[in-house]
Design a protein around this ligand. Structure first.
Ligand code: PEP
Ligand code: MG
Length: 753
């Protein structure tokens, strides 16, 4: 053994030469381990690679019995090597046999060695294998040696990721990198999508790890850091970033990290050891990710994620390249840790089959927008980003909240069948598009759609909706980074009116607050119970400028046409009076200034706060229509937070209690001749839509995708018969399970729900 432990730089130079030589993969690996052993004055250097069956297989060795290569193996968690793989942590042991996990593999002849250093081979936070060195004498490996091993392991990780090691073992052996994985997450937007992974934050592939010139790399690193800091300061100084709120907090954290001396020192050290600036960023990022695996505290995880994002920004600064040119296939599934609603709109809709989020709740902005666009989504899909590579096959099951990464062929066939079945159903619905939702006994139900963005409007034509029963104007505010100006609002409303082509639209005034948070909204107070707090009409009556700007935009956009304005979260009659007063003031202002007004202005309310049920007589004469917001009404009648999965499934909106409340509203509206509709999620499920028609609703508004299935159900039903039986069931038995009753009714009468 020659004695020339000259540090990582020489080793890296040798590796660079080895990588450039035209060698077979196995030979290259053999030469690499030999080189490491020589450089570190170690008698042994071995590489174990993680297989899909959770076994670590010996892939190359210098110093152990060469015939054990591809035969010796350990399970994850077994022995020292298995422990390193399971924990993603380094082990540095002068007397390996004293470690409780020590297990000796007789076929390798390793009994002769005492000291042991093993590092995980990591890529994007996941373990791909383990690299070890061993010596006969008792020694503790130095910090520089550890650093060198970690750096070398990055080279090996890239070799594995690029597929170089794929066929070195016996036939049929799959590497862990290619293992099929199923993730259980939350179902956020219905539908099934098959396609190929597109990482929203693309993993920047650092191909150039080894530096020729340390000073040059150090200068490049500091230059990039300088630019990064300036760009963060710029973002912080932009007007649209509110004084407080989520965006600013994240950016402040970035700024702090960009100046973090520990981080910068580690980057600098990696460069001094012979890595390029980008190689150094990747190495430090790997260390952070490896540590992240062990952090359970959500706050610290969040901060470490910030570091990760920052490292990505720095890499982009050094290597260039952005999000473009990522959509290589026609069928793309976006995989992201988290994502802003506006960012989703940057992708071409026709090439996106699904969205997988590590965060993401049913009420988050991105979820609302994705649902509006009809994209299947799963949320809470933990670990999916680090397990995915761009181009991996993936299936998103938005109905079940499940994701299959690199699915086996039979599963893919099964899902492809499911997609075909859906497409067939879709054809059937398409055929019904221009037919009325008329029941067998000749009763017409009006089916409208819910919308909120211009992109939704294309579905109006496709679905055959009779109009827009709820236009959520706040969506425009939620996808923007600042308050949309009056002219932008007017432009949107005008476009929507044009696209609706004479069909009615109920424009709901801003329903922000509650779970609909605008990050740029200054001085939004912290509230214990935001759903019951300062939101919707309460907020806009306090901030009259907001309300009046919106009303003016609506009045101007609808000139010469009918305009319907709907007020959300009305609790007391006085709120309607105040709102009417403000609307009239805007009308006379525009008239005074010579603007044409709409030909007719109808003002209605959402009935979603129970208190209105006892003010129905006073409502008549004051409103032109009522639309039940069953999402909020259910939440307030049943005291059940609509966004909380702990209680979300506890009570059924098809319960006698809730249906009685709804029927009471229907009867009052009939008595008082107030036009009535319902626009909550209830209307979107055929079984619930039947129940609603059964208790007397004749206008329902739902997601565009639901119009086909709901119409198909109506066209098959004898509504009078269903209605009689359903009302009897609601009246006569508190124990009656209405959902079961309806399922039973559907079955006996051959309805497909
Ligand atoms: C509702 O509450 O039912 C409703 C339609 O409004 P949103 O879901 O926007 O609160
Ligand atoms: Mg509501």
């Amino acid at each position: 053994m020659t004695d020339f432990a000259v540090g990582p730089r020489v080793l890296l130079r040798r590796l660079r030469e080895l990588m450039a030589e035209p060698l077979e993969a196995q030979t290259r690996l053999d030469r690499i381990v030999a080189e490491i052993a020589r450089n570190m004055v170690a008698e042994v250097c071995s590489l174990y690679v993680l297989r899909a069956d959770e076994v670590l297989e010996l892939y190359a060795t210098e110093g152990l019995n060469p015939s054990a290569v591809h035969l010796a193996s350990l399970r994850v968690g077994q022995g020292l090597v298995g422990t390193i793989a399971a924990s993603a942590r380094t082990l540095n042991l002068p007397e390996a046999e004293k470690h409780p996990a020590f297990r000796y593999l007789p076929e390798t002849g390793e009994e002769a060695f005492s000291s042991f250093l093993g590092v995980p081979v990591l890529r994007a936070g996941r373990t791909l294998g383990v690299l070890t060195v061993q010596n006969k004498t008792k020694r503790v490996y130095r910090e520089e040696e550890l650093e060198a091993m970690q750096t070398v392991s990055m080279v090996l990780a890239e070799m594995m990721a690029s597929g170089d090691l794929a066929n070195l073992s016996r036939a049929g052996i799959e590497l862990d990198m290619r293992r099929p994985i199923t993730f259980e997450g939350a179902a956020i937007s219905d539908g099934v999508g098959l396609g190929y992974v597109v990482l929203h934050e693309p993993r920047i592939v650092v191909t150039n790890l080894f530096a020729e010139d340390v000073d040059l790399e150090s200068a490049r690193l500091h230059d990039a850091l300088g630019h990064l800091r300036i760009s963060i300061d710029d973002m912080l100084n932009r007007d649209e970033i509110a004084a407080d709120g989520e965006h600013r907090a994240v950016l402040e954290a970035y700024r702090m990290f960009a100046h973090d001396t520990g981080w910068v020192r580690r980057l600098e050290e990696a460069v001094q050891n012979g890595l390029t600036a980008e190689g150094a960023v990747e190495k430090v990022q790997n260390d952070t990710r490896a540590r992240m695996i062990h952090v359970a505290d959500p706050y610290i995880r969040e901060r470490m994620n910030d570091f990760d994002d920052l490292a990505n920004r720095l890499l982009r600064q050094l290597v260039g390249g952005g999000r473009d040119a990522l959509l290589v296939a026609d069928d793309n599934v976006i995989v992201a840790r988290t994502m802003g609603a506006a960012e989703l709109l940057d992708y071409p809709r026709d090439r996106i089959r699904g969205l997988v989020l590590e965060d993401g709740a049913i009420t988050s902005h991105i979820s609302i927008v994705a649902r509006a666009m009809g994209i299947p989504v799963t949320g809470q899909t933990r670990g999916v980003v680090s397990m995915s590579e761009n181009g991996d096959a993936i299936i998103v099951d938005g109905d079940e909240g499940r994701v299959h990464l690199r699915p086996p062929a039979d599963l893919e066939t099964l899902y492809a069948e499911k997609v075909r079945f859906r497409a067939k159903r879709q054809e059937l619905y398409q055929a019904l598009r221009d037919k009325p939702a008329r029941t067998r006994d000749g009763i017409d139900v009006r089916l409208m759609m819910n919308a909120g963005l211009v992109v939704d409007m294309s579905q109006m034509e496709a679905s055959g909706a009779d109009g827009i029963g709820l236009f959520r104007t706040e969506l425009q505010f939620m996808v923007a980074s600042t308050f949309p100006r009056a002219d932008r609002q007017e432009e949107l409303y005008r476009e929507v009116i044009e696209k609706a082509d004479g069909k009615p639209i109920l424009f709901r005034t801003l329903d922000i607050g509650g779970d609909k948070v605008l990050p740029y909204f200054r001085n939004a107070p912290h509230e214990e119970n935001p759903a019951m707090g300062w939101r919707a009409i309460r907020l806009t009556l306090d901030r009259q400028g907001l309300f009046r700007t919106q009303i003016r935009a609506l009045l101007r956009a609808a000139r010469g046409q009918k305009l319907s304005i709907m007020l959300p979260m009305v609790t007391e009659i006085t709120e309607i009076e105040q709102a009417r007063d403000l609307i009239e003031r805007e009308e006379s202002y525009l008239k005074r200034h010579g603007y044409d007004l709409p030909s007719e202005i109808r003002i209605g309310v959402m009935l979603e706060v129970p208190s209105l049920i006892w003010q129905m007589d006073r409502l008549s004469g004051l409103v032109d229509f009522i639309s039940v917001g069953s999402n909020d009404l259910f939440q307030f009648i049943m005291a059940t937070d609509r966004g909380n999965p702990m209680v979300g499934n506890r009570f059924d909106s098809l319960s006698c209690t809730f249906l009685r409340a709804l029927r009471h509203i229907v009867r009052d509206c009939e008595r008082l001749s107030i036009p009535l509709s319902l626009c909550g999620e209830m209307a979107s499920r055929p079984i619930m839509a039947l129940a609603l028609a059964g208790i007397g609703f004749r206008t329902l508004s739902m997601s565009a995708a639901s119009i086909g299935p709901v119409k198909a159900a109506f066209r098959d039903v004898e509504l009078k018969d269903l209605s009689d039986k359903l009302n009897a069931a609601i009246d006569h038995s508190d124990k009656q399970d209405i959902r079961a009753f309806l399922a039973d009714y559907a079955e006996t009468n051959g309805l497909t729900l």
